[in-house]
Design a protein. Structure first.
Length: 317
């Protein structure tokens, strides 16, 4: 089973307007409300692929109740740690080819609630047959990167592979601890540039020295997504270029989360390096072809899987 962690979930509300009028009334008929957060996008894609998956994290209030009801209706298992504070709404107003976002920060988690969640998390790993753990997104107020580090430590003790998808100071803090083992990390080029505090070139072959630095030694898979250019990956001492076909992009939001779901599938099923990379790129592509965020059409999986090419980059090339 794949266990996904979303520490600051939301109800993602989409308002579709022909025109957005400031300082005036805007009436909207086209509204979507989705259980949101990067980890829940991972969850839905894994579910679309008929993988055994469960969602966890921290939820509260009527908004939290809406999220769990929607997941239940979709047939997705979940075991969240419940708090009294309200979870958050995140609003996207789609208008005139633009997207205006209004994002709530969400609840502030107390030290007692943090301890309660960790106890809940340990119990989950004791009781459920978890093969892969995914940890996605940012942290709510009140929590520090220490909680991600503690989750990874617990998973390491149980020899459960961890796929991490976060960024900024949280990622820096996790990578600063050389005792943590991470099965896969999936930054994009911009996130890697921010982490390294330098602008990376557009030639991934020039990234080798960076990826071989001490910071990344505890990571089994480094998969750097490059949008339409595919990906560049490091696995052990091997490097891979992954190329994808041209596709019609409908909605690119959540494609990184779909890629994480593909990586988790590859690890859970112990796929070969080539198969894992093709699976990860296929799920990412399929998400961009759907209007709904965190959604893939499994009927198209085999067709696009065959269109992904993986080339091992030899030393010195």
């Amino acid at each position: 089973m794949i266990l996904t962690v979303t520490m600051n979930p939301s109800v993602d509300i989409g308002y579709q307007l022909e025109q957005f009028h400031l300082d005036d009334v805007n009436r909207v008929a086209d509204v979507s409300k989705t259980a949101g957060g990067k980890g829940l996008n991972v969850t839905r894609v894994a579910h679309d692929l008929s993988l055994e998956v469960m969602a966890t994290g921290i939820l509260g209030g009527t908004i939290g109740g809406y999220i769990t009801r929607q997941l239940t209706e979709q047939g997705i298992r979940h075991r969240f740690y419940q708090i009294e504070q309200e979870s958050r709404n995140c609003i996207a107003i789609l208008h005139e080819g633009k997207q205006t976002e209004i994002l709530e920060s969400g609840p502030t988690i107390s030290p007692q609630e943090a301890e309660g969640f960790l106890a809940h998390f340990k119990k989950l790993l004791d009781e459920e047959p978890v093969k892969v753990l995914t940890i996605s997104g940012s942290l709510p107020k009140g929590l520090t990167p220490a909680i991600y580090k503690q989750m990874i430590q617990i998973a390491n003790q149980k020899e459960i592979p961890v796929v991490l998808d976060t960024s900024g100071p949280t990622l820096e803090a996790v990578l600063a601890d050389p005792t943590l083992r991470i099965a896969a990390l999936k930054p994009n080029r911009d996130e890697l540039s921010a982490l390294e505090k330098q602008e990376l070139s557009h030639n991934p072959l020039e990234w080798k020295e960076i990826l071989e630095s001490k910071r990344y030694q505890q990571i089994e898979w480094l998969i750097i997504s490059m949008g339409g250019a595919g990906a560049f990956a490091k696995h052990g001492t091997d490097y891979y270029r992954v190329q994808i076909p041209a596709i019609t992009v409908v909605n690119p939001v959540g494609s990184g989360d779909a890629t994480v779901a593909g990586i988790a599938k590859g690890l859970a099923q112990q796929l070969s390096p080539e198969e894992l990379l093709k699976t990860a790129m296929t799920t990412g592509m399929l998400n961009t072809m759907e209007q709904a965020t965190g959604s893939v059409n499994p009927v198209l999986f085999d067709e696009y899987f065959e269109k992904v090419s993986v080339t091992i980059v030899k030393e010195g090339v």
